[in-house]
Design a protein around this ligand. Structure first.
Ligand SMILES: Nc1ncnc2c1ncn2[C@@H]1O[C@H](COP(=O)(O)OP(=O)(O)O)[C@@H](O)[C@H]1O
Length: 198
């Protein structure tokens, strides 16, 4: 737990796991996650830490991630699916075993930051949206999602996940089912509440 209590040492450790651009993105996600947490009533310290650790394994060799996922009995659907998704599930394991993170909220926010899932917690939503809108992100529609995230976290998340689903379809890539269920869950909840604001 010592590492988690020492911000400077933790930053060095995180920095060692990735290249410079990914580290810059990581710091951006940590800052955006803190901001979103303050805005929407999640725990800002947990949000910042989850943001800092969300891509811990992103630059690791796929073989290393695969070995960790197999050892922790991850579902076949994940192991046979898109390798791009592995880093999130691997990180949720590694930050627990190697860094001593025990907080389930943080672990789940890291685990589901790429795919989302139905019934996401507030912290999971905060970290997922932060990953889409941190200041270094550049893609069509990012400013619209940023604007949504000023007042409606669920709408921002639905837009972001919807955009990813659309992107994957255009690229004729498979869509991991958790993202579809996350999207459907957000839309159907909002439908019951009268829809998203304009
Ligand atoms: N449900 C999904 N099924 C398949 N690929 C996905 C899904 N969700 C996200 N991806 C892809 O996984 C990749 C990694 O996403 P992400 O973790 O957000 O990384 P980055 O921070 O580099 O954008 C992206 O290319 C994204 O399109």
């Amino acid at each position: 737990m010592k590492l988690l209590d020492n911000r400077e040492e933790l930053l060095v450790r995180v920095r060692q796991q990735m290249h410079e651009k990914r580290y810059k993105h990581t710091l951006g996600v940590a800052a955006s996650a803190r901001e979103l947490a303050e805005r929407f009533g999640a725990d800002p310290d947990k949000a910042e830490l989850a943001g800092l650790l969300h891509d811990y394994c992103k630059c690791w060799p796929v073989e290393k991630m695969f070995e960790i996922l197999v050892r922790h009995d991850m579902p076949t659907e994940l192991l046979e699916g898109e390798k791009e998704l592995w880093h999130a599930f691997a990180a949720a394991i590694v930050i627990q075993t190697d860094l001593g993170v025990t907080d389930t909220d943080i672990l789940q926010a890291v685990r589901y930051h790429t795919t989302g899932r139905a019934g996401m917690s507030l912290l999971e939503k905060v970290v997922c949206v932060a990953d889409y809108i941190e200041p270094n992100r550049v893609y069509p529609g990012v400013d619209f999602i940023r604007a949504k995230a000023m007042h409606d976290l669920d709408a921002a998340l639905a837009l972001a996940l919807g955009g990813t689903i659309q992107f994957l379809i255009e690229k004729q890539k498979t869509v991991f089912p958790l993202t579809l269920t996350a999207y459907n869950d957000l839309i159907s909840r909002k439908g019951r509440e009268g829809g998203f604001d304009g």
